[in-house]
Design a protein around this ligand. Structure first.
Ligand code: ADP
Length: 445
Protein backbone atom coordinates (compact mmCIF):
# COMPACT_ATOMS: atom_id res chain seq x y z
CA UNK A 1 0.00 0.00 0.00
CA UNK A 2 1.06 3.58 -0.56
CA UNK A 3 2.66 5.58 2.25
CA UNK A 4 1.95 9.06 0.91
CA UNK A 5 -0.39 10.35 -1.81
CA UNK A 6 -0.18 13.70 -3.52
CA UNK A 7 -3.62 15.03 -4.46
CA UNK A 8 -3.37 17.07 -7.65
CA UNK A 9 -6.58 19.02 -7.15
CA UNK A 10 -8.37 21.54 -4.96
CA UNK A 11 -11.74 22.21 -3.32
CA UNK A 12 -14.22 19.59 -2.20
CA UNK A 13 -12.68 16.77 -4.23
CA UNK A 14 -9.23 17.28 -2.71
CA UNK A 15 -10.86 16.98 0.73
CA UNK A 16 -12.85 13.95 -0.37
CA UNK A 17 -9.64 12.16 -1.41
CA UNK A 18 -7.82 13.23 1.77
CA UNK A 19 -10.59 11.64 3.83
CA UNK A 20 -10.15 8.29 2.09
CA UNK A 21 -6.36 8.48 2.53
CA UNK A 22 -6.64 9.27 6.21
CA UNK A 23 -8.93 6.33 6.84
CA UNK A 24 -6.44 4.09 5.05
CA UNK A 25 -3.57 5.47 7.15
CA UNK A 26 -1.93 7.14 4.15
CA UNK A 27 -0.25 10.56 4.52
CA UNK A 28 -1.44 13.33 2.17
CA UNK A 29 0.26 16.10 0.23
CA UNK A 30 -1.87 19.04 -0.92
CA UNK A 31 -0.80 21.25 -3.80
CA UNK A 32 -2.18 24.74 -4.19
CA UNK A 33 -1.97 27.94 -6.17
CA UNK A 34 -1.14 31.22 -4.46
CA UNK A 35 -4.90 32.00 -4.54
CA UNK A 36 -5.60 28.86 -2.49
CA UNK A 37 -3.08 29.31 0.33
CA UNK A 38 -5.96 29.57 2.84
CA UNK A 39 -8.04 26.78 1.32
CA UNK A 40 -9.42 23.96 3.45
CA UNK A 41 -7.66 21.25 1.45
CA UNK A 42 -4.33 22.90 2.34
CA UNK A 43 -5.24 23.28 6.02
CA UNK A 44 -6.25 19.65 6.44
CA UNK A 45 -3.40 18.01 4.51
CA UNK A 46 -0.33 16.57 6.24
CA UNK A 47 1.93 18.62 3.97
CA UNK A 48 1.36 21.20 1.28
CA UNK A 49 3.31 22.69 -1.59
CA UNK A 50 2.58 25.89 -3.51
CA UNK A 51 2.74 25.05 -7.21
CA UNK A 52 2.22 28.41 -8.86
CA UNK A 53 0.11 31.51 -9.44
CA UNK A 54 -3.72 31.54 -9.55
CA UNK A 55 -4.30 30.72 -13.23
CA UNK A 56 -4.90 26.95 -13.50
CA UNK A 57 -2.49 26.61 -16.44
CA UNK A 58 0.31 27.85 -14.17
CA UNK A 59 -0.62 25.76 -11.13
CA UNK A 60 -3.15 22.89 -11.16
CA UNK A 61 -2.30 22.14 -14.81
CA UNK A 62 1.43 22.68 -14.37
CA UNK A 63 2.84 19.15 -14.72
CA UNK A 64 6.52 19.92 -13.89
CA UNK A 65 5.48 21.78 -10.72
CA UNK A 66 3.24 18.96 -9.57
CA UNK A 67 5.86 16.29 -10.26
CA UNK A 68 8.45 18.36 -8.39
CA UNK A 69 6.07 18.65 -5.44
CA UNK A 70 5.71 14.86 -5.44
CA UNK A 71 9.48 14.41 -5.60
CA UNK A 72 10.34 16.81 -2.77
CA UNK A 73 7.67 15.39 -0.46
CA UNK A 74 8.46 11.75 -1.28
CA UNK A 75 4.92 10.90 -2.38
CA UNK A 76 4.54 7.50 -4.01
CA UNK A 77 1.25 8.02 -5.84
CA UNK A 78 -0.83 10.84 -7.31
CA UNK A 79 -4.62 11.08 -7.28
CA UNK A 80 -5.83 13.56 -9.93
CA UNK A 81 -9.47 13.94 -8.77
CA UNK A 82 -11.74 15.19 -11.57
CA UNK A 83 -11.15 18.02 -14.04
CA UNK A 84 -7.65 19.53 -14.29
CA UNK A 85 -5.16 16.74 -15.21
CA UNK A 86 -7.45 13.80 -14.48
CA UNK A 87 -7.96 12.90 -18.15
CA UNK A 88 -4.55 13.95 -19.42
CA UNK A 89 -2.82 10.84 -20.77
CA UNK A 90 0.52 12.65 -20.95
CA UNK A 91 0.32 13.42 -17.23
CA UNK A 92 -0.51 9.79 -16.38
CA UNK A 93 2.48 8.69 -18.45
CA UNK A 94 4.82 11.18 -16.81
CA UNK A 95 3.68 10.13 -13.34
CA UNK A 96 4.60 6.54 -14.24
CA UNK A 97 7.87 7.62 -15.84
CA UNK A 98 8.84 9.27 -12.55
CA UNK A 99 8.36 6.01 -10.70
CA UNK A 100 5.07 7.06 -9.10
CA UNK A 101 1.64 5.46 -9.41
CA UNK A 102 -1.13 7.33 -11.19
CA UNK A 103 -4.39 6.50 -9.39
CA UNK A 104 -6.54 5.82 -12.41
CA UNK A 105 -6.53 3.82 -15.64
CA UNK A 106 -3.59 3.38 -18.03
CA UNK A 107 -2.48 6.31 -20.20
CA UNK A 108 -3.57 4.28 -23.25
CA UNK A 109 -7.14 3.97 -22.01
CA UNK A 110 -7.22 7.64 -21.04
CA UNK A 111 -6.17 8.70 -24.53
CA UNK A 112 -8.51 6.21 -26.22
CA UNK A 113 -11.55 7.47 -24.29
CA UNK A 114 -10.42 11.10 -24.53
CA UNK A 115 -10.90 10.89 -28.28
CA UNK A 116 -14.63 10.35 -28.49
CA UNK A 117 -14.44 8.98 -32.01
CA UNK A 118 -11.89 6.35 -30.93
CA UNK A 119 -13.98 5.65 -27.82
CA UNK A 120 -17.12 4.94 -29.85
CA UNK A 121 -15.21 2.73 -32.26
CA UNK A 122 -13.64 0.77 -29.40
CA UNK A 123 -16.95 0.35 -27.57
CA UNK A 124 -18.81 -0.75 -30.70
CA UNK A 125 -16.13 -3.40 -31.25
CA UNK A 126 -16.79 -4.90 -27.81
CA UNK A 127 -20.57 -4.98 -28.21
CA UNK A 128 -21.74 -1.71 -26.65
CA UNK A 129 -24.69 -0.08 -28.49
CA UNK A 130 -24.04 3.46 -29.80
CA UNK A 131 -26.14 6.51 -30.67
CA UNK A 132 -26.56 6.25 -34.47
CA UNK A 133 -24.14 8.51 -36.29
CA UNK A 134 -21.06 8.85 -38.43
CA UNK A 135 -18.68 5.95 -38.67
CA UNK A 136 -15.70 7.82 -37.23
CA UNK A 137 -14.77 11.44 -37.91
CA UNK A 138 -16.43 13.77 -40.41
CA UNK A 139 -13.66 15.64 -42.27
CA UNK A 140 -15.71 17.96 -44.51
CA UNK A 141 -19.12 19.41 -45.18
CA UNK A 142 -19.93 17.00 -48.01
CA UNK A 143 -19.39 14.02 -45.76
CA UNK A 144 -21.47 15.75 -43.07
CA UNK A 145 -24.34 16.13 -45.57
CA UNK A 146 -24.18 12.49 -46.58
CA UNK A 147 -24.12 11.26 -42.97
CA UNK A 148 -26.92 13.60 -41.87
CA UNK A 149 -29.25 12.56 -44.64
CA UNK A 150 -28.51 8.89 -43.94
CA UNK A 151 -29.32 9.08 -40.20
CA UNK A 152 -32.00 11.79 -40.58
CA UNK A 153 -32.33 15.24 -39.03
CA UNK A 154 -32.05 16.68 -36.44
CA UNK A 155 -28.35 15.87 -36.01
CA UNK A 156 -25.71 16.89 -33.49
CA UNK A 157 -22.18 17.85 -34.53
CA UNK A 158 -19.82 16.96 -31.69
CA UNK A 159 -16.14 17.59 -30.98
CA UNK A 160 -13.93 14.49 -30.86
CA UNK A 161 -11.98 16.14 -28.03
CA UNK A 162 -15.22 17.43 -26.42
CA UNK A 163 -15.88 17.99 -22.76
CA UNK A 164 -18.08 20.24 -20.67
CA UNK A 165 -20.61 20.41 -23.49
CA UNK A 166 -18.35 22.54 -25.68
CA UNK A 167 -18.05 22.14 -29.43
CA UNK A 168 -21.55 20.70 -29.73
CA UNK A 169 -24.05 22.11 -32.27
CA UNK A 170 -27.51 20.98 -33.40
CA UNK A 171 -28.68 21.16 -37.02
CA UNK A 172 -32.48 20.80 -37.16
CA UNK A 173 -32.51 20.49 -40.95
CA UNK A 174 -30.18 20.56 -43.98
CA UNK A 175 -30.29 24.38 -44.09
CA UNK A 176 -28.64 24.54 -40.65
CA UNK A 177 -25.93 21.99 -41.30
CA UNK A 178 -23.24 24.24 -42.76
CA UNK A 179 -23.36 26.77 -39.90
CA UNK A 180 -23.52 24.07 -37.23
CA UNK A 181 -20.60 22.20 -38.78
CA UNK A 182 -18.40 25.30 -39.02
CA UNK A 183 -19.32 26.55 -35.54
CA UNK A 184 -18.66 23.19 -33.90
CA UNK A 185 -15.22 23.05 -35.55
CA UNK A 186 -14.31 26.62 -34.62
CA UNK A 187 -15.44 26.19 -31.02
CA UNK A 188 -13.63 22.90 -30.75
CA UNK A 189 -10.40 24.32 -32.15
CA UNK A 190 -10.57 27.22 -29.69
CA UNK A 191 -11.39 25.06 -26.67
CA UNK A 192 -9.30 21.95 -27.34
CA UNK A 193 -6.80 22.87 -30.08
CA UNK A 194 -8.36 20.10 -32.19
CA UNK A 195 -11.17 20.56 -34.71
CA UNK A 196 -12.01 16.91 -35.41
CA UNK A 197 -15.80 16.43 -35.23
CA UNK A 198 -18.29 13.60 -35.64
CA UNK A 199 -22.06 13.43 -36.07
CA UNK A 200 -24.78 11.81 -34.00
CA UNK A 201 -28.52 11.63 -34.32
CA UNK A 202 -29.90 14.34 -32.02
CA UNK A 203 -32.26 12.61 -29.61
CA UNK A 204 -35.32 14.67 -28.66
CA UNK A 205 -36.26 13.16 -25.30
CA UNK A 206 -33.41 11.09 -23.85
CA UNK A 207 -32.33 10.67 -20.28
CA UNK A 208 -28.64 10.74 -19.42
CA UNK A 209 -27.93 7.51 -17.59
CA UNK A 210 -24.41 6.49 -16.68
CA UNK A 211 -22.94 3.40 -15.14
CA UNK A 212 -20.18 3.35 -12.51
CA UNK A 213 -17.64 0.58 -12.93
CA UNK A 214 -14.52 -0.46 -11.04
CA UNK A 215 -11.84 -2.80 -12.37
CA UNK A 216 -8.80 -4.29 -10.69
CA UNK A 217 -5.44 -4.95 -12.37
CA UNK A 218 -6.19 -8.67 -12.50
CA UNK A 219 -9.15 -8.75 -14.89
CA UNK A 220 -12.11 -8.41 -12.50
CA UNK A 221 -14.72 -5.76 -13.29
CA UNK A 222 -17.87 -4.92 -11.33
CA UNK A 223 -20.46 -2.17 -11.70
CA UNK A 224 -22.10 -0.10 -8.99
CA UNK A 225 -25.31 0.66 -10.81
CA UNK A 226 -26.52 3.69 -12.66
CA UNK A 227 -26.87 7.40 -12.01
CA UNK A 228 -29.51 9.50 -13.70
CA UNK A 229 -27.89 12.82 -14.62
CA UNK A 230 -30.59 14.15 -16.91
CA UNK A 231 -31.00 17.41 -15.02
CA UNK A 232 -28.56 19.55 -16.99
CA UNK A 233 -28.14 23.13 -18.05
CA UNK A 234 -25.96 23.73 -21.11
CA UNK A 235 -25.04 20.04 -21.03
CA UNK A 236 -23.73 20.46 -17.45
CA UNK A 237 -25.19 18.33 -14.67
CA UNK A 238 -26.95 20.05 -11.75
CA UNK A 239 -28.67 17.29 -9.81
CA UNK A 240 -28.11 13.54 -9.96
CA UNK A 241 -29.96 10.50 -8.68
CA UNK A 242 -29.06 6.86 -8.01
CA UNK A 243 -30.86 4.82 -9.14
CA UNK A 244 -32.66 6.26 -12.09
CA UNK A 245 -36.41 6.70 -11.62
CA UNK A 246 -36.79 5.51 -15.23
CA UNK A 247 -35.17 2.10 -15.32
CA UNK A 248 -35.85 -1.23 -13.65
CA UNK A 249 -33.50 -3.51 -11.73
CA UNK A 250 -33.51 -5.89 -14.73
CA UNK A 251 -32.43 -3.09 -17.08
CA UNK A 252 -29.67 -2.15 -14.65
CA UNK A 253 -28.44 -5.74 -14.58
CA UNK A 254 -28.52 -6.01 -18.38
CA UNK A 255 -26.68 -2.74 -18.92
CA UNK A 256 -24.18 -3.74 -16.25
CA UNK A 257 -23.49 -7.04 -17.97
CA UNK A 258 -22.85 -5.40 -21.34
CA UNK A 259 -20.61 -2.70 -19.82
CA UNK A 260 -18.54 -4.93 -17.55
CA UNK A 261 -18.02 -7.50 -20.33
CA UNK A 262 -16.87 -4.70 -22.64
CA UNK A 263 -14.36 -3.31 -20.14
CA UNK A 264 -13.06 -6.77 -19.37
CA UNK A 265 -12.33 -7.21 -23.09
CA UNK A 266 -10.62 -3.82 -23.23
CA UNK A 267 -8.46 -4.68 -20.21
CA UNK A 268 -9.59 -1.52 -18.44
CA UNK A 269 -8.53 -0.87 -14.85
CA UNK A 270 -9.56 1.38 -11.95
CA UNK A 271 -12.69 3.60 -11.89
CA UNK A 272 -14.63 4.56 -14.97
CA UNK A 273 -18.07 5.70 -16.04
CA UNK A 274 -19.88 4.79 -19.22
CA UNK A 275 -22.35 7.47 -20.25
CA UNK A 276 -25.48 6.53 -22.17
CA UNK A 277 -28.51 8.26 -23.57
CA UNK A 278 -31.69 6.33 -22.83
CA UNK A 279 -34.78 6.81 -24.97
CA UNK A 280 -37.66 4.52 -26.01
CA UNK A 281 -36.29 1.67 -23.93
CA UNK A 282 -32.86 1.72 -25.62
CA UNK A 283 -29.44 2.59 -24.18
CA UNK A 284 -26.91 4.20 -26.52
CA UNK A 285 -23.32 4.92 -25.46
CA UNK A 286 -22.03 8.50 -25.86
CA UNK A 287 -18.75 8.62 -23.99
CA UNK A 288 -16.63 7.20 -21.21
CA UNK A 289 -15.04 9.14 -18.36
CA UNK A 290 -11.79 7.59 -17.17
CA UNK A 291 -11.82 9.16 -13.71
CA UNK A 292 -13.79 9.72 -10.54
CA UNK A 293 -16.86 11.85 -11.25
CA UNK A 294 -18.35 14.80 -9.41
CA UNK A 295 -21.54 12.81 -8.82
CA UNK A 296 -19.84 9.66 -7.44
CA UNK A 297 -21.29 10.16 -3.91
CA UNK A 298 -24.83 9.11 -4.93
CA UNK A 299 -23.40 5.73 -5.92
CA UNK A 300 -21.45 5.52 -2.66
CA UNK A 301 -24.60 6.15 -0.65
CA UNK A 302 -26.65 3.68 -2.69
CA UNK A 303 -24.09 0.88 -2.51
CA UNK A 304 -22.44 1.71 0.81
CA UNK A 305 -18.99 1.74 -0.77
CA UNK A 306 -16.11 4.22 -0.68
CA UNK A 307 -15.16 4.57 -4.35
CA UNK A 308 -12.00 6.59 -3.65
CA UNK A 309 -10.78 3.95 -1.21
CA UNK A 310 -11.39 1.37 -3.92
CA UNK A 311 -9.47 3.45 -6.48
CA UNK A 312 -6.48 3.68 -4.14
CA UNK A 313 -6.56 0.01 -3.17
CA UNK A 314 -6.80 -1.16 -6.77
CA UNK A 315 -4.09 1.24 -7.97
CA UNK A 316 -1.83 -0.34 -5.35
CA UNK A 317 -2.46 -3.71 -7.03
CA UNK A 318 -5.07 -5.18 -4.67
CA UNK A 319 -7.81 -7.42 -6.02
CA UNK A 320 -11.45 -6.34 -5.92
CA UNK A 321 -12.14 -9.17 -3.48
CA UNK A 322 -15.88 -9.30 -4.21
CA UNK A 323 -18.14 -10.13 -7.11
CA UNK A 324 -21.07 -8.53 -8.82
CA UNK A 325 -23.59 -10.40 -6.67
CA UNK A 326 -22.00 -8.90 -3.54
CA UNK A 327 -22.85 -5.35 -4.68
CA UNK A 328 -26.08 -4.23 -3.01
CA UNK A 329 -28.32 -1.35 -4.04
CA UNK A 330 -30.16 0.13 -1.08
CA UNK A 331 -32.75 2.89 -1.15
CA UNK A 332 -32.28 6.06 -3.15
CA UNK A 333 -29.71 8.87 -3.21
CA UNK A 334 -29.82 12.39 -4.66
CA UNK A 335 -27.04 14.95 -5.06
CA UNK A 336 -27.51 18.69 -5.54
CA UNK A 337 -24.50 20.52 -6.98
CA UNK A 338 -24.35 23.87 -5.26
CA UNK A 339 -22.38 26.49 -7.15
CA UNK A 340 -21.33 30.07 -6.37
CA UNK A 341 -23.64 31.47 -9.03
CA UNK A 342 -26.67 33.70 -9.18
CA UNK A 343 -29.60 31.18 -9.09
CA UNK A 344 -31.44 33.08 -11.86
CA UNK A 345 -28.72 34.34 -14.23
CA UNK A 346 -25.98 31.79 -13.43
CA UNK A 347 -23.40 34.57 -13.34
CA UNK A 348 -20.53 33.42 -11.06
CA UNK A 349 -20.51 35.05 -7.61
CA UNK A 350 -17.01 34.76 -6.16
CA UNK A 351 -16.45 36.55 -2.85
CA UNK A 352 -16.21 36.23 0.93
CA UNK A 353 -18.39 33.68 2.74
CA UNK A 354 -19.32 35.42 6.00
CA UNK A 355 -21.29 32.60 7.59
CA UNK A 356 -21.63 28.91 6.78
CA UNK A 357 -23.91 26.30 8.25
CA UNK A 358 -24.12 22.85 6.70
CA UNK A 359 -27.17 20.63 7.19
CA UNK A 360 -26.91 17.31 9.05
CA UNK A 361 -29.00 14.50 10.39
CA UNK A 362 -29.72 10.99 9.21
CA UNK A 363 -28.84 10.31 5.57
CA UNK A 364 -27.36 13.75 4.88
CA UNK A 365 -23.82 14.24 3.53
CA UNK A 366 -22.14 17.51 2.61
CA UNK A 367 -18.95 17.46 0.53
CA UNK A 368 -17.63 21.01 0.62
CA UNK A 369 -14.44 22.95 1.27
CA UNK A 370 -16.29 26.10 2.37
CA UNK A 371 -15.95 27.70 5.80
CA UNK A 372 -16.98 31.01 7.34
CA UNK A 373 -14.40 33.62 6.33
CA UNK A 374 -13.34 31.76 3.16
CA UNK A 375 -12.96 33.80 -0.01
CA UNK A 376 -14.31 31.92 -3.06
CA UNK A 377 -11.73 32.79 -5.72
CA UNK A 378 -12.84 33.75 -9.23
CA UNK A 379 -10.30 31.55 -11.02
CA UNK A 380 -11.81 28.08 -10.83
CA UNK A 381 -14.99 26.06 -11.26
CA UNK A 382 -17.89 27.57 -9.31
CA UNK A 383 -18.87 24.31 -7.53
CA UNK A 384 -18.70 25.03 -3.78
CA UNK A 385 -20.69 22.22 -2.18
CA UNK A 386 -22.38 18.95 -2.93
CA UNK A 387 -25.37 18.07 -0.81
CA UNK A 388 -26.12 14.36 -0.91
CA UNK A 389 -29.09 12.67 0.73
CA UNK A 390 -29.91 9.00 1.11
CA UNK A 391 -33.21 7.44 2.20
CA UNK A 392 -35.10 4.15 1.84
CA UNK A 393 -37.32 5.46 -0.98
CA UNK A 394 -37.13 8.20 -3.61
CA UNK A 395 -40.01 10.11 -2.00
CA UNK A 396 -38.26 10.10 1.36
CA UNK A 397 -35.01 11.17 -0.32
CA UNK A 398 -36.79 14.14 -1.92
CA UNK A 399 -38.30 15.14 1.43
CA UNK A 400 -34.89 14.82 3.04
CA UNK A 401 -33.29 16.94 0.31
CA UNK A 402 -35.91 19.66 0.82
CA UNK A 403 -35.34 19.65 4.58
CA UNK A 404 -31.54 19.72 4.17
CA UNK A 405 -31.64 22.56 1.63
CA UNK A 406 -33.75 24.55 4.11
CA UNK A 407 -31.08 24.09 6.78
CA UNK A 408 -28.20 25.00 4.47
CA UNK A 409 -26.93 28.55 5.01
CA UNK A 410 -24.18 30.12 2.91
CA UNK A 411 -24.03 33.84 3.68
CA UNK A 412 -22.03 36.49 1.85
CA UNK A 413 -22.27 35.06 -1.66
CA UNK A 414 -25.20 33.93 -3.76
CA UNK A 415 -25.50 30.22 -4.48
CA UNK A 416 -27.83 27.91 -6.40
CA UNK A 417 -29.47 26.57 -3.20
CA UNK A 418 -32.77 28.38 -4.04
CA UNK A 419 -32.83 26.79 -7.51
CA UNK A 420 -32.45 23.29 -6.05
CA UNK A 421 -35.20 24.12 -3.57
CA UNK A 422 -37.52 24.94 -6.49
CA UNK A 423 -36.57 21.77 -8.40
CA UNK A 424 -37.40 19.43 -5.51
CA UNK A 425 -40.81 21.10 -5.15
CA UNK A 426 -41.70 20.59 -8.80
CA UNK A 427 -44.39 18.00 -9.53
CA UNK A 428 -42.71 16.67 -12.70
CA UNK A 429 -39.41 16.20 -10.84
CA UNK A 430 -41.24 14.44 -8.04
CA UNK A 431 -42.80 12.04 -10.56
CA UNK A 432 -39.32 11.44 -12.00
CA UNK A 433 -40.77 12.57 -15.31
CA UNK A 434 -37.93 14.47 -16.98
CA UNK A 435 -35.46 14.30 -19.88
CA UNK A 436 -32.16 16.11 -20.55
CA UNK A 437 -34.15 19.05 -21.97
CA UNK A 438 -36.39 19.51 -18.92
CA UNK A 439 -34.18 21.74 -16.77
CA UNK A 440 -33.48 24.34 -19.48
CA UNK A 441 -37.22 24.92 -19.78
CA UNK A 442 -37.69 24.88 -16.02
CA UNK A 443 -35.00 27.53 -15.57
CA UNK A 444 -36.41 29.68 -18.38
CA UNK A 445 -40.03 29.39 -17.15
P1 ADP B 1 -19.31 16.38 -23.02
O1 ADP B 1 -18.13 15.48 -23.01
O2 ADP B 1 -19.03 17.72 -23.64
O3 ADP B 1 -19.98 16.47 -21.69
P2 ADP B 1 -21.26 14.38 -23.94
O4 ADP B 1 -21.08 13.58 -25.17
O5 ADP B 1 -21.02 13.69 -22.64
O6 ADP B 1 -20.35 15.70 -24.05
O7 ADP B 1 -22.70 14.99 -23.92
C1 ADP B 1 -23.09 15.91 -22.91
C2 ADP B 1 -24.59 16.04 -22.90
O8 ADP B 1 -25.06 16.51 -24.18
C3 ADP B 1 -25.34 14.73 -22.68
O9 ADP B 1 -25.46 14.42 -21.32
C4 ADP B 1 -26.67 15.06 -23.30
O10 ADP B 1 -27.43 15.89 -22.44
C5 ADP B 1 -26.29 15.91 -24.51
N1 ADP B 1 -26.12 15.06 -25.72
C6 ADP B 1 -25.00 14.42 -26.12
N2 ADP B 1 -25.22 13.71 -27.24
C7 ADP B 1 -26.52 13.88 -27.57
C8 ADP B 1 -27.37 13.40 -28.65
N3 ADP B 1 -26.91 12.59 -29.61
N4 ADP B 1 -28.67 13.81 -28.65
C9 ADP B 1 -29.15 14.64 -27.69
N5 ADP B 1 -28.40 15.12 -26.67
C10 ADP B 1 -27.11 14.75 -26.60
Amino acid sequence: MFQKILIANRGEIALRIQRACRELGIATVAVHSTADAEAMHVRLADESVCIGPPAAKDSYLNIPSILSAAAITGADAIHPGYGFLSENANFAEMVDAHGLTFIGPSADHISMMGDKIAAKTAMAAVGVPLVPGSDGGVPDLDTARTVASRIGYPVLIKAAAGGGGRGMKVAKGPEELEDAFRLARTESRAAFGNDAVYIEKYLDKPRHIELQIMADNHGSVVHFGERDCSLQRRHQKLLEEAGSPAISAEQRDQLGEVATAALRKLGYRNAGTLEFLYQDGQFAFIEMNTRLQVEHPVTEMLCGIDLVREQIRLAAGARLGYEQRDVQFNGHAIEARITAEDPHTFVPTPGRVTAFHAPGGLGVRVDSALYAGYFVPPYYDSLVAKLIVHAPTRTEAINRMRRALDEFAVVGIQTTIPLHRRIVDDAAFQRGDYTIHWLERFVAG
